[in-house]
Design a protein around this ligand. Structure first.
Ligand code: FMN
Length: 234
């Protein structure tokens, strides 16, 4: 406990059951500071992090992401929102004409936001907490309203954090996700590694998650609507 990272990473498994113990303020601070120290492109930090501890807000957020009990039962639900408007407001105060918010902002911002969330998650795990990342991007405007964020923020990912009431074993991963220099496995070898991981349940799983009528189709619609509402050109 309290040290990071190789051991912490090798022990990682999403924890979705918590003891209900509240998190001391000093631990919330350490985790939030880990997020704040993370690198972002140009050091712009186009992200706002919200620590949700209010039970009512957590319950509303749990519903907004499809009724996920672990959001409600976590000690803290951390929400990472894209926040380019603060940068644009700062630039406009100086009279700088800026490009409208588009794909470049999204790619750059989401990478930084993801790294921040990763560092916060690792910090929490190194303090002995269990975490699960939450697809807030499945309903960004719904989560925004559920936890009372201002309309210009786009929440994209969350982390449920709490003292673990279960210790799941680390899950298997695909084998062929890295290579050195030019030894990239062929597309078919990489696809084979995907199928090997999911085994017999692959077809049903992909239909549920990846098909147009499945999960990804709904997410595409909601995330685009929410980004457009906040003035992103997508
Ligand atoms: C971006 C992202 C979104 C995720 N969304 C959810 C979610 O909404 N609910 C959930 O229970 N787990 C969610 N997960 C957790 C993954 O399902 C989990 O990390 C993955 O299956 C690997 O399992 P492991 O974390 O135990 O190794 C998410 C993970 C990531 C990185």
């Amino acid at each position: 406990m309290g040290s990071c990272c190789i051991d912490t990473i090798s022990r990682h498994a999403s924890v979705r059951k918590y003891t209900g113990e509240p998190m001391p303020q000093e631990h919330i601070k350490i985790i939030l500071e880990a997020a704040r120290r993370a690198p972002t492109a140009w050091n712009l930090m186009p992200v706002h992090v919200t620590a949700v501890v209010d039970p009512l807000k957590k319950a509303r957020a749990a519903e907004a992401v499809g009724g996920q009990d672990h959001v409600r039962e976590s000690a803290v639900f951390l929400v990472f929102s894209l926040d380019y408007d603060k940068i644009l407001r700062a630039a406009s105060r100086l009279g700088v004409q800026v490009a409208s918010k588009g794909l470049a902002h999204l790619v750059e911002g989401i990478i930084g936001l993801g790294i921040m969330a990763g560092w916060a998650g690792l910090a929490a795990e190194s303090l002995g907490y269990g975490v699960t990342y939450i697809a807030v991007y499945s309903n960004p405007c719904g989560v925004r309203d559920a936890i009372g964020l201002p309309r210009e923020l786009i929440p994209l990912v969350g982390i449920t954090i709490g003292r673990p009431a279960e210790l799941p074993a680390p899950r298997a991963r695909q084998e062929k996700v890295y290579s050195v220099d030019d030894k990239t496995p062929s597309l078919d070898e990489r696809a084979e590694a995907v199928l090997k991981l999911y085994g017999e349940r692959a077809e049903r799983f992909f239909r549920r998650v990846l098909s147009v009528e499945g999960y990804v189709g709904g997410v595409e619609k909601k995330v685009r609507e929410c980004l457009r509402e906040a003035g992103y050109n997508v």
